[in-house]
Design a protein around this ligand. Structure first.
Ligand SMILES: [Zn+2]
Length: 358
């Protein structure tokens, strides 16, 4: 079994490199639009265009009409034909609309095939561009099969598609686990274990709060204010790293030890209305948690079950199945009127999730 995963990494291009990236995006957009116009013209004249034929036609005039395209990777002016064919195939099969012209600032990206990609640690190399710094190293080890570069909010990103080379390490455990992302702890497991939120996180969050208060007292435009803003940004980056790290530890632990994993499908927008919960959800980063569990269990062969959004995991008694109509957020202990069981609220929810496996 081969498995392909994508990793999107922020790039740090210098000015010259950024020029190249912009130019390559422009060429990809120009080529797509050229091919689409030509496709339309030819079909209006009773011809049956194909991307392959259009590409031949384009390459014949390229040296004379578009010599500037040779400044960047050939993929910028070749791949759009393949993408256009895919888009028309989708259209002909009723899976997508008629392909549209691409606009500057809306559809900026270009594709690169693996023979033009070179990666060494935190550096990424393109033909005629040299080495460009990446903010992270590639998360997966395997064969890089393609890359797509695109800008977002004044930053550049490369999305690398990697075919994993090792055979997936399968998790041999038959054990199942339910995971309740907690309000109090980071996560409660159905076997009684609990993952605490990392301590440095609490400290950094306090620091962030303090600085934000101090920021609100400074005058707009003052040097002082700018300094505090920069400090806040750096504490924020630190918080993000601590969170990511703890979520990686948790998802690795789960996929290494349990063959079957059940989590909730948290309705985050609904939870954000409840201000007591919103902090915990934001701190934990539910989407990141789920994303990591999904790719790690795909890789290791775990069975991952996402409980239905409406499954009342907190309200059901894990011992007798009786369901409470009301359960206030402050009730930390689940006490069942029907069978008399009392246990930690999050543990009760985790056991209910685990029971969905059998
Ligand atoms: Zn009960």
């Amino acid at each position: 079994m081969t498995l392909t995963l994508a990793h999107k990494i922020c790039l740090d291009p210098n000015n010259e490199q950024e020029q190249y990236l912009k130019q390559a995006c422009g060429i990809a957009r120009f080529t797509w639009n050229w091919a689409l116009e030509e496709w339309k013209n030819q079909s209006e004249n009773g011809l049956k265009p194909t991307a392959f034929a259009l590409k031949k036609q384009f390459n014949a005039i390229k040296p004379v009409d578009f010599p500037w395209m040779y400044d960047v990777t050939k993929y910028a002016s070749q791949q759009p034909f393949i993408h256009l064919q895919t888009a028309f195939n989708r259209f002909f099969n009723g899976l997508g609309g008629y392909p549209k012209l691409k606009k500057k600032g809306h559809h900026d990206s270009f594709y690169i095939g693996n023979d033009h990609i070179n990666i060494d640690g935190k550096y990424f190399k393109l033909p005629k561009l040299g080495w460009m710094r990446m903010r992270e190293t590639l998360r997966f080890s395997g064969r890089v099969i393609s890359a797509t570069i695109s800008p977002r909010a004044n930053k550049w990103f490369v999305s690398l598609n990697v075919e994993l080379c090792q055979a997936p390490k399968s998790c041999n455990s038959q054990a199942g686990v339910g995971v309740d992302l907690g309000i109090k702890a980071l996560a409660a497991l159905s076997n009684g274990e609990a993952f605490e939120a990392p301590k440095p996180l609490k400290k950094s969050l306090k620091k962030q709060k303090r600085m934000q208060r101090s920021l609100s007292r400074r005058l707009k435009g003052s040097n002082n204010r700018q300094e505090i803003k920069e400090k806040i940004a750096s504490v924020h980056a630190k918080i993000t790293n601590i969170r990511l790290d703890s979520i990686h530890k948790l998802t690795s632990f789960l996929t290494n030890h349990f063959g079957g994993i059940v989590i909730e499908d948290l309705n985050v927008s609904g939870m954000l209305k409840n201000r007591k919960l919103s902090r915990a959800i934001a701190d934990i980063g539910f989407y990141e948690f789920r994303r990591q569990l999904e790719y790690k269990s795909k890789y290791k062969g775990n069975y991952l079950l996402i409980a239905d959004r409406w499954f009342p995991s907190s309200k059901i008694c894990s011992n007798c199945g009786n369901k409470k109509e009301q359960l206030a957020l402050h009730e930390r202990v689940y006490h069942c009127e029907a069978c008399g069981q009392s246990l930690d609220r999050d543990l009760n929810a985790a056991i209910n999730l685990k029971n969905l496996l059998y």
